[in-house]
Design a protein around this ligand. Structure first.
Ligand code: CA
Length: 690
């Protein structure tokens, strides 16, 4: 860094210190719909509408939108975060829970805080689920709050990035992890965790004192072992909806994404996760609703006590977590104004729920759904189709486990009355054959679903996606724009009659919010999954987005790899646009659509060993190296890896942990024979891919 730049940054730091001290960001500020150009919380305001009232950039002039500045992020891979903007400073998380503060008008770096997640997780199995994804931050009274993958909740001084306090929210011998953003309200900061596929996990959220980090309350989302007593009457009652010895599997219900604070009723709404494991015959043999899985769970914000719940998927069996964002709005319903929440979970139904008491007002399919015919509005329960639950065999169901909508946030525009949903369409196969539901047990940090792992590839023809504008009052689509690929970014909408979204194919598009007409595009040169934001500094409006392919797309397959965002090949950036932008767009690297497969044509593939190797590969490797050993950029494609083609080198990488600093976990439990079996599976896949 040049001397001039560091002097400039020191001056900016003093300036921001001054501003942060002058303006206390509290609940009244976050609740406000007009935040003076700022973006103060994950979903902008407590409503999580992701609606910007700014209209300097609008449908009449958006064709003049240009790159204003950008920040190269060479240390990052997956970028999923929603930036915050407070008093002219932008705060966001990069990969591996790193927090950055930059001047929101110039992009000058103010500070960077690295919680050193990979160092802390050295030799731990947590690395096997660590894509580096983190979705964002909370801001409260001069401090920024980040939750790290290894389970710390850390308070940082916004002015300096210095640690104020840090607490561990779960013991590191548990198979939990965090990718989500904390939320702050009433001098509390709340966080959940993920891990329902990683082991026998029982979900909870915890609220801490923002000043000290002291734990104030913790609420579990599913009942534990009855002999140990229940933490609340609500959990005691919930236990009646479970069968067998569910607690041995943890039950699941992790709150890994959606937490919405409602200042009107002083409640938090949790979007609870899927079962651990998915297969209900294993988890709760004999059925039952399995409360509070796949639910909106409303809690008193001061105490964490149960207020009400609405379960979107009773007896969940398909990974249909309700962890997708929960948006608050005032809607006219049956001629009466109502305070509602809106929710489009994985299961493919769009729900409108009265926040006062949790009563279901509307539930209609927003895409292809084959597990249920409809939701019965008298009972509030889905009417399942016969194919939804094969009792013994295979069912192929829409949506699949990645959902009709995933964590990528939707946005709501009160002017158009429309919700902009990143829609996606893919089936999944749920195969119970050969699963012994009595003896099945989770293995730490493997893919624990209670179903057979999927063995084939997923092709581009198997997936589709769209930007869907949904009318929540009429409960039907207003317009829809088909997009190539799968796993596009979250959305932002504005009073300028605009919607912006990044795509898996590497573009940022702007649309008219009322009609869906494409009015602006920018080639970002890398797939985007993060949601854009809009903010203003000195009366100048900006659109910002983190461009960095990563997240569940790393599960791979030919469908996810189709855009050619290969591991380590494409730059990660923060891109910021304005009507006065004059920055030269940085060079892009062509997508890598041709793969240089490594194969020795004289080598005879040992197919028996390869078959055994596939069984070892699937639960351990597919999360990063991909379904059918087709990488979508989360890690090197092993079919094109020289190291994977050399049995000795391959064994060393797996069992020495020598590449842990680059994200490759340690697999020291594998025997010589098992290493060789995985080696043969990769050799077979390489040969088949020629
Ligand atoms: Ca899940």
């Amino acid at each position: 860094m040049s001397r001039v730049a560091s002097v400039l940054q020191a001056a900016l730091l003093l300036f921001s210190t001054h501003l942060s001290a002058a303006v206390a960001i509290d609940g009244a500020a976050i609740a406000a719909s007009d935040q003076g150009g700022d973006w103060l919380a994950y979903g902008r305001s407590y409503s999580e509408q992701r609606f910007s009232p700014l209209k300097q950039i609008n449908d009449g002039n958006v064709d003049r939108l240009r790159l204003d500045w950008y920040l190269e992020m060479p240390d990052s891979r997956a970028l999923n975060s929603t930036p915050l903007v407070v008093n002219g400073v932008m705060y966001f998380t990069a990969s591996q829970s790193v927090v950055m503060a930059v001047d929101a008008a110039s992009g000058a770096l103010l500070w960077r805080y690295d919680p050193e997640v990979i160092t802390r997780l050295a030799n731990r199995k947590h690395m096997r689920f660590n894509w580096g994804a983190n979705r964002g931050l909370a801001f409260w009274k001069g401090r920024v709050y980040v939750a790290t993958f290894d389970g710390r909740l850390i308070a940082l001084e916004a002015a300096t990035g210095k640690e104020a306090w840090s607490v561990q929210t779960f013991p590191l011998d548990e198979t939990r992890y965090i990718t989500g953003a904390p939320r702050a309200f009433n001098d509390l900061v709340i966080i959940g965790h993920g891990g329902a596929e990683a082991g026998a996990v029982r979900g909870y959220v915890t609220a801490y004192d923002t000043a000290t980090g002291e734990q104030k309350w913790r609420t579990y989302t599913v009942p534990g072992k009855p002999a140990d007593g229940f933490e609340s009457p609500a959990l005691k009652e919930a236990a009646g909806s479970w069968r067998g010895e569910w607690w041995k599997h943890g039950g699941g219900g992790t709150v890994w994404n959606a937490i919405t604070y409602d200042p009107l009723y002083n409640r938090v709404y949790l979007g609870t996760g899927n079962g651990a494991p998915w297969n209900q015959q294993v988890r709760s043999p004999g059925g039952g609703d399995n409360l509070f899985l796949c639910s909106i769970l409303a809690l008193d914000a001061d105490t964490g006590e149960y207020a009400w719940h609405y379960q979107t998927t009773p007896g969940e069996n398909w990974d249909y977590n309700s962890a997708m964002d929960i948006v608050l709005a005032d809607l006219e319903w049956d001629g009466k104004p109502r305070h509602v929440l809106m929710h489009a979970p994985k299961n493919g139904f769009f729900y409108v729920v009265d926040r006062e008491d949790g009563r279901l007002l509307g539930a209609e399919k927003f895409g292809k759904v084959t597990w249920a015919e409809r939701v019965d509005m008298k009972t509030g329960r889905p009417v399942e189709t016969p194919e939804a639950r094969a009792t013994d065999g295979v069912s192929v169901i829409y949506p699949g486990f990645l959902g009709a909508h995933n964590w990528q946030p939707m946005s709501y525009n009160p002017d158009t009355g429309l919700v902009y949903i990143p829609y996606q369409e893919m089936a999944a196969e749920y195969d119970k054959r050969g699963i012994d539901s009595e003896r099945w047990r989770a293995e730490d940090f493997q893919m624990n679903t209670g179903f057979q792992p999927y063995r084939g590839d997923i092709t581009p023809d198997d997936v589709s996606s769209a930007l869907l504008a949904w009318d929540p009052r009429r409960q039907k689509p207003a317009w829809k724009v088909d997009l190539p690929g799968f796993q596009n970014g979250g959305t932002v909408t504005s009073a300028g009659n605009l919607v912006f979204q990044g795509t898996s194919s590497g573009y940022i598009h702007g649309y008219r919010a009322d009609t869906g007409r494409l009015v602006w595009s920018f080639d970002a040169g890398v797939g985007i999954v993060a949601p854009p934001i809009s903010y203003a500094v000195n009366d100048k409006q900006y659109i910002a987005v983190l461009a960095g392919w990563g997240g569940a797309s790393y599960i791979g397959s030919t469908a996810m790899a189709q855009h050619g965002w290969a591991y380590g090949a494409h730059p990660r950036r923060l891109l910021v646009f304005s009507l006065e932008g004059k920055a030269e767009p940085p060079p892009t690297v062509a997508p890598q659509t041709e793969l240089l497969i490594v194969d020795n044509s004289e080598q005879v593939i040992d197919t028996a060993q390869a078959s055994a190797g596939q069984d070892l590969y699937l639960p351990r490797c597919l999360g990063c190296h991909g379904v059918a050993a087709v990488s979508a950029g989360g890690a090197p494609d092993l079919r094109a890896s020289a190291a994977a083609a050399d049995l000795d080198a391959f064994g060393t990488v797996l069992r020495s942990g020598q590449l842990q600093a680059r994200g490759m976990p340690l697999f020291d439990e594998l025997s010589d024979r098992e290493v060789e079996q995985i080696y043969w599976y990769i050799r077979q896949r390489a040969r088949e891919s020629l």
